[in-house]
Design a protein around this ligand. Structure first.
Ligand code: NAP
Length: 229
């Protein structure tokens, strides 16, 4: 049985990705910073397949180290989905965003995925053809940068840089690393007027975790198609 970790899997797109991959026979580990919320998600997904809780705050190095230690008994990891993210730019612009705000967003959206990938690398290396999938955004594209969404845009732009560098560094190990944009999705983050359902938002991540050619690496996808950085 293949194993996948979905960070921030307790709600939103991550929850839907977890549900779909459980249905496809994966043992899904829901990464959640709140044990209570994570446990609730695991209960909700019980019917979908094999789902376990992994307490994991991606902004906290100690929590990441503990999660990696707790995962050891499982052996290998086939897919890591760095989905957890925050959007905290309401009412801010590149002219007013504080250094503290920048650091806070980068901790979760950028440095989190990097640190989680580093911590789980020993398990990914034990799998045949492992995959790392980073949830980026059109806001992280060079042409998508918006002065009114400063910390979020920069966090995803830098996350794309991490995708490129990890892909290069892990090529010899046969580990694929890609970024994706889910589109604008109706979640707590995306809001009620977003055009896409969570099912649509989860589609490219599920595809990258399963049917996509494992040789594809160092690329950026939306709707299963490559898009420019
Ligand atoms: P969401 O509904 O706001 O859910 C975010 C998830 O991330 C929650 O499970 C949250 O956990 C978790 N999270 C936040 N900080 C965390 C931390 N430090 N450690 C662990 N988990 C943490 O967001 P979403 O819309 O599903 O977005 C998922 C991903 O897609 C994000 O990376 C986002 O940037 C990206 N994206 C979304 C859209 C969109 O339109 N929705 C568009 C482009 C890209 P808690 O419940 O504990 O807060």
């Amino acid at each position: 049985m293949k194993r996948v970790i979905v960070t921030g899997g307790n709600r939103g797109i991550g929850f839907e990705v977890a549900r779909q991959l459980a249905g496809r026979g994966f043992h899904v580990f829901i990464g959640a910073r709140s044990e209570q919320h994570g446990q609730r998600a695991v209960e909700q997904l019980k019917q979908a397949g094999k789902v376990s809780l992994l307490v994991l705050d991606v902004a906290d190095s100690k929590s990441i180290a503990r999660a990696a230690e707790n995962f050891a008994s499982n052996g290998s990891l086939d897919v890591l989905i760095n989905n957890a993210g925050v959007y905290q730019d309401e009412g801010r612009s590149i002219l007013t965003v504080s250094r503290e705000q920048m650091v806070e967003t980068l901790q979760t959206n950028t440095l989190g995925p990097l640190a989680v990938t580093q911590a789980f690398l020993p398990y990914l290396k034990k799998s045949q053809g492992a995959r790392v999938i980073n949830f980026s955004s059109g806001y992280g594209q060079l042409e998508g940068l918006s002065a009114n969404v400063p910390s979020y845009c920069l966090s995803k732009l830098a996350l794309n840089g991490i995708t490129l560098m990890l892909a290069e560094a892990l090529k010899a190990d046969g580990i694929a690393v890609n970024s994706l944009c889910p589109g604008w999705v109706r979640t707590d983050m995306g809001g009620a007027s977003a055009p896409r359902s969570v099912e649509e938002g989860a589609d490219t991540a599920v595809w990258l975790a399963t049917e996509a050619d494992q040789q594809l690496t160092g690329k950026f996808f939306r709707d299963r198609k490559e898009i420019p950085w």
